[in-house]
Ligand binder design. Structure first.
Ligand SMILES: Cc1ncc(COP(=O)(O)O)c(C=O)c1O
Length: 353
């Protein structure tokens, strides 16, 4: 068993630790009571992030889940529905939180989570009268986490946004990793911002901050979300120390995401050459590598446990689905070692099949 200090941790990009420089920016932050809107560092972060996406306002939250939930409750009334992809974070990983707002969800299933506007519009049923639940909003995840970090096609987003607006439907973007989509595709944050009524973004994933997400929208929705954030018990006080980490992350850690994408691609290539059925490296567009072990002689859980014995942490997210996520705390050398461990285990896992 490897010493715990030596683990190469590819479970998620949430495992990064704040760098010394980030910690020192946090220590120097000017602070105030944010429930009174008195924290200058939070206020400037909220203004900055809203501007990045061409929106009027934003609200700092402790988690991406809360930013998503405040967003969708600002769009959908109790008894109405939000539609989203089957494997989206909102549908699968927020533990039914939309029920707190009386929101029901229906889902569409898409290969790699990739958006097809007409598939979504076929599902949407606005103004359904007294017989069916009325659709009010649509949520899109970009990049798509369980889809293997896939980037949503911008033409489909544009088409969906145009047609949804004609039908009076709202669009929400779960942009926990929109930074990765922006860096990999070259599409500006302002362009992404145009298509959505509400957006959530996370600073605590690839950008390396210890905590922090934002809901972004117009002034009216943000001021109502500020009340709901407090109601949910997430009004925070001298939280400029966390917002300072967010400013640092935006200043220093966006363009470097390209390195994480290169590392993920390398891991995918190693895995594909050891066991071609596990992954198509062409599908690895950002920092997430999803491995299909359905043709292996071990389950994802067994594979993850053998990897741990060798000092590599990965996530088993399904019976045969393994996720690896590259991030700023993975050096080139650690990435190579991870590749060597994966190669050895994959060759063994496919030997008798
Ligand atoms: C796509 C996506 N959205 C939202 C979240 C929620 O973020 P948090 O863990 O900060 O609640 C995550 C977390 O991994 C995510 O992957």
């Amino acid at each position: 068993m490897a010493d715990s200090l030596e683990f190469i941790d590819l479970r998620s990009d949430t495992v990064t630790k704040p760098s010394l420089e980030m910690r020192s920016a946090m220590a120097r932050a000017e602070v105030g009571d944010d429930v009174y809107s008195d924290d200058p560092t939070v206020n400037s972060l909220e203004e900055r992030v809203a501007e990045l996406f061409g929106k009027e306002a934003s609200l700092f939250t402790p988690s991406g889940s809360l930013a998503n939930q405040l967003s969708i409750r600002s769009l959908v009334s109790p008894g109405e529905e939000l539609i989203c992809e089957t494997n989206s974070h909102i549908a699968r990983a927020e533990l039914g939180a939309a029920t707190f707002s009386g929101i029901t969800t229906r889902t569409w299933l898409a290969e790699r989570g990739l958006l097809n506007a007409s598939q979504v519009l076929d599902l949407a049923k606005p103004d359904s009268g007294p017989y069916l639940v009325s659709t009010t909003a649509i949520a899109i995840e970009n990049t798509h986490n369980f889809g293997g970090g896939s980037i949503q096609p911008i033409e489909e987003i544009a088409l969906l946004s145009r047609q949804a607006r004609e039908l009076g439907l709202f669009l929400h973007l779960d942009g926990a990793r929109i930074w990765n989509a922006h860096v990999a595709s070259g599409i500006s944050l302002l362009e992404y911002g145009k298509y959505f009524e509400t957006i959530s973004v996370c600073l605590s994933k690839g950008l390396g901050a210890p905590v922090g997400s934002l809901m972004i929208s117009n002034k009216e929705r943000i001021s109502s979300a500020r009340v709901w954030r407090k109601r949910y018990g997430a009004g925070m006080r001298q939280v400029g120390i966390l917002a300072a980490a967010g400013h640092y992350a935006l200043d220093h850690n966006i363009s470097r995401l390209a390195d994480d994408h290169i590392k993920a691609k390398k891991l995918a290539q190693v895995c594909a050459s050891a066991a071609p059925s596990t992954i198509n490296p062409d599908f690895v567009e950002t920092n997430i590598v999803g491995l299909d072990l359905s043709k292996a002689n071990v389950s994802a859980l067994e594979f993850a446990s053998s990897a741990k014995q060798k000092g590599l942490l990965v996530s088993a997210l399904g019976k045969s689905y393994l996720r690896l996520v590259t991030h700023m705390d993975i050096t080139d050398e650690a990435n190579e070692r991870a590749g060597a461990i994966l190669k050895e285990l994959l060759e063994r896992a496919f030997v008798l099949k």
